[in-house]
Design a protein around this ligand. Structure first.
Ligand code: FAD
Ligand code: UDP
Length: 400
């Protein structure tokens, strides 16, 4: 693999069987699979100055490995995804834990057996826990919006507490809307856990951090003789979609195109902008060994930021006397402002707008939108990898 900054004059799209737009999970997984399984020559175009998309990590001035675009913790239930990614990295056995700062008391999130006792006291907490076990069973996950539907007064007491103290203020900060107003699948990502497992991803069989970091994982994934990577290249400068064809550098392109950017951008937002939330991330290096007890503390009843992440707690890196933390401030994404569209806002109206953009490319048999942006989905890394593996299989099958 070569990584080149900018497109050389000699760049000839026709010398590649596939052009990939974006070097995040979606693009890099497709590039690797098609290079190794179909013998495709692949050009990956990435508008940032680096590979790895939002999973990019790097060392800051204090020598601490940070996640430039927010804390990324790998976890999956999908063995195929895990086997594929494990070809490019070893994993640490890091098990992500999150505490919610609720009026000054730190309680595990997802809200669980321990949290109940911290919130309601040993005796009442245990009583309520037994009620939850009776209603749902032990080691079960219950989304807050499900729990709120229960008529039982004890269950309602728990639901009200968790809604008010874990979800309401945090969700207002993150989405500018209440948990009632947003799609239930969003708060459903962090269900109440009826059990003692205090990990953020209870029961996920594969979890950890890439031993040498995410960027290294991507270097290994893209390291293939048939893959060339061009960074600092905005594909929109050379890509044009017509009703019937895809043009690259002014000529009709006959190879495959994997597109992992936002679909609205391809059409200059002419049907309107797809709404997103973005984040301002504020990094700070402190002269202490450790700032907080776990990787992430969610501020669910106070502060303007949503959460603080301390990277050393997640990566296990040892740097005596220094630590880097990061606060996330969420707000509406303004198209054309240079901000990063981090979170699609899942609702029927936005989905309908997305579908209208999608319709415009659906007849183009060699153009494949895939990934968190291009599919306008709230995908984790493993789900993006799964989607890219599925797409790769389809393309490989058509070329067999
Ligand atoms: P991206 O990573 O966004 O990659 C797309 C790439 O395409 C970008 O690098 C972009 O620059 C490039 N691109 C776009 N348009 C163009 C263009 N016109 N020309 C050239 N290049 C272009 N997932 C987890 O599993 N665990 C976590 O803990 C986790 N934490 C997260 C925290 C935050 C704050 C965020 C925002 C996401 C988190 N995720 C997490 C989700 C994870 O980041 C995504 O699932 C994954 O990175 C998506 O990969 P992708 O390839 O679809 O998109
Ligand atoms: N959430 C919350 N309080 C928490 C954790 C999560 O209200 O302590 C809600 C919030 O709406 C958030 C969503 O659940 O956006 C999903 O949380 P997750 O941690 O999965 O978000 P991400 O890591 O993707 O930002």
């Amino acid at each position: 693999m070569d990584i080149t900054s900018g497109l050389p004059e000699s760049f000839n799209p026709a010398s590649y069987d596939m052009i990939v737009v974006g070097a995040g999970y979606a693009g890099s997984v497709c590039a690797r699979r098609l290079a190794e399984s179909a013998g495709f020559r692949v050009a990956v175009l990435e508008r940032r100055g680096h590979i790895a998309g939002n999973a990019y990590d790097c060392t800051d001035e204090a020598g601490i490995l940070i996640h430039e675009y927010g804390p990324h913790i790998y976890h999956t239930f999908d063995e195929r995804v895990h086997n594929f990614l494990s070809r490019f990295t070893k994993w640490t056995d890091y098990q992500h834990k999150v505490l919610a700062n609720i009026h000054g008391t730190l309680m595990p999130v997802p809200f669980n057996h321990t949290s109940l006792k911290l919130a309601f006291g040993e005796v009442r907490g245990e009583e309520l826990y037994q009620k939850l076990v009776e209603a749902f069973g032990e080691n079960k996950k219950v989304p807050i919006m499900e729990l709120r539907k229960k008529n039982d007064p004890d269950l309602q007491e728990v639901a009200d507490y968790v809604y008010e103290n874990v979800f309401l203020y945090y969700t207002m900060k993150q989405w500018g809307q209440t948990p009632d107003e947003i799609d239930p699948s969003v708060t459903g990502r962090v269900p109440i856990f009826i059990g003692d497992d205090d990990r953020y991803f209870p029961q996920a069989p594969f979890q950890g951090m890439p031993a040498e970091g995410y960027t290294k994982l991507f270097e290994h994934m893209l390291d293939h003789d048939l893959i060339d990577v061009y960074v600092n290249v905005d594909a929109r400068d050379i890509l044009e979609i017509t009703d019937t064809n895809v043009h690259v550098c002014g000529k009709c392109y006959g190879g495959e195109i994997i597109y992992t950017g936002p679909l609205d951008e391809l059409f200059n937002l002419d049907l309107g902008a797809l709404p997103y939330r973005t984040l301002d991330m504020v990094f700070e290096t402190l002269d202490v060994d450790q700032y907080q007890p776990v990787g992430t503390v969610n501020y669910t009843t106070s502060e303007d930021f949503t959460r603080i992440t301390e990277f050393k707690n997640m990566t296990g890196q040892v740097v005596p006397g220094k630590t880097t933390i990061m606060k996330e401030y969420s707000h509406a994404f303004e198209p054309g402002s240079g901000q990063t569209p981090y979170y699609a806002i899942i609702d029927p109206e936005n989905q309908a707008l997305y579908e209208r953009y999608l319709e415009r490319v659906q007849n183009l048999t060699n153009f494949h939108p895939v990934g968190r942006l291009a599919e306008y989905r709230y995908y984790d890394m493993d789900a993006v990898t799964a989607s890219a593996l599925d797409l790769s299989d389809e393309i490989i099958a058509t070329h067999a």
